[in-house]
Ligand binder design. Sequence first.
Ligand code: ATP
Length: 379
Amino acid sequence: MKSLGSIRRDFAPWNDPNAKPYIQFDNVTKKFGDFTAVNNLSLTIFEREFFALLGASGCGKSTLLRMLAGFEEPTAGRILLDGQDLRGIPPYRRPVNMMFQSYALFPHMTVENNIAFGLKQEGMPKPDIEKRVAEMLKLVKLEQFAKRKPHQLSGGQRQRVALARSVAKRPKVLLLDEPLGALDKKLREETQFELMDLQQELGLTFVVVTHDQEEAMTMADRIAIMDKGEVMQVATPAEVYEAPASRFVAHFVGNVNMFEGKVAERSANTTRITGATGAQIVVDNAADTSKGADIVFAIRPEKIKVSSKKPADAVNALEGEVYDVAYLGDMTVYHIKLDDGQIVRASALNAARVTEDPLTWNDRAWVSFRPDAGVVLAR
Ligand SMILES: Nc1ncnc2c1ncn2[C@@H]1O[C@H](COP(=O)(O)OP(=O)(O)OP(=O)(O)O)[C@@H](O)[C@H]1O
């Protein structure tokens, strides 16, 4: 596959066969009574990685994090940190810290005392505490708020205090469970970038739990997509989006169109697929597709072009009718009902203010796409 790399150009230890994993989940199962929250899961995370656990509510992502922190023990399997089995090691003796949401700040304490709290408990000498707190305040850009109490701060500022408090002890690994959950969209996006900067500046390993795919895509080096206590795919955001391993992952992250059919013919480089109603498309060869096999071609909306006339040079062009148009400002989303009844979603960036070939409801339209614009998945 062509470069679907990490956002940090030179950081991809997972591709280096000699790189040693920092955190290892080794066939980990967690049961609560009869219920299996995490099912025989294996996963490796590297030092300095920003790793995201992404999944719907109840898929087991918090349970995984809590086992790493030491608040729960696995029912079976092992968790290793830097080669050491963590079983039996209490939370406070693990080089791991959990960042809780900002409402866990002490309301009666000033910002600086909130940040200093864990250091005092640890018995750090006073001058060292003062130095560390000053460093932390600078890091999260809250120097002028040191003497305020949490209720005198905005939501985003409180979040930064919570962050400063959790990194003050210099844990090697910081665990973040829905860290930006309490923030509104705009602030959330800003804070995502701040978190990424902070992680790089401190050289820490971050494991973040989120159910927000955009958040995971924005921040993480790699994402583990979870479902029902199992990992469905672990990959970079670009790989998860452009090369989803399964229909589940393709649907879970972003929008996707699925063309279902049987392999009609395979030539050197391409596979011809015939759909249920006889329409044919040509796609790049996928591994293991023999003639007659049931397959699905998954393609993202922005890879599909919509036009009023049949594009002369398109390998794949299917005709239909404009069913819906949604103008979103930066882009326009079309729903095209193909003549075989399938509805295709296509999105076009509104790069110019005025469109030359505007399409509207009930217009005849063509959708076209390249053979390499999507991925072939098993049905
Ligand atoms: N202490 C417990 N006792 C019994 N069941 C539990 C316990 N903790 C978690 N579970 C169950 O395990 C499953 C996974 O929970 P977990 O908190 O890991 O999910 P999650 O993916 O983090 O979901 P959410 O996004 O809603 O927090 C859920 O069905 C939950 O009800």
